[in-house]
Design a protein. Structure first.
Length: 94
């Protein structure tokens, strides 16, 4: 990776991971949609990807922190959480 992501860029990257639109991100951050676009372009340049989908995949693979104390789950953590949820569902129906 080139330059490090700013705190705002990390939050926006987290929003991309959630599938948020530029408009939704702008509302969440209280900025103009054009500002979000500028941040997204900077993110893409810094992490050397071509689009927001690739950026989201990169974030998952890197385990990027999106906000204080919050980290994107690794694929193994995601699979374990899914197994835990399925197990809890089977316990409730017994």
């Amino acid at each position: 990776m080139g330059k490090a992501l700013s705190a705002t860029e990390k939050v926006i990257l987290g929003c991309l991971l959630d599938g948020s639109s530029n408009k939704d991100i702008a509302c969440k951050l209280g900025v103009a949609e054009a500002t979000v676009k500028v941040h997204i372009k900077a993110i893409l340049r810094k992490i050397r990807v071509k689009n927001r989908t690739q950026a989201a995949v990169w974030a998952v693979n890197q385990g990027i922190f999106f906000s204080a104390g919050e980290q994107a789950p690794t694929s193994g953590q995601h699979r374990q959480r899914h197994r835990d949820e399925r197990f809890a569902d089977t316990q409730g129906s017994a």
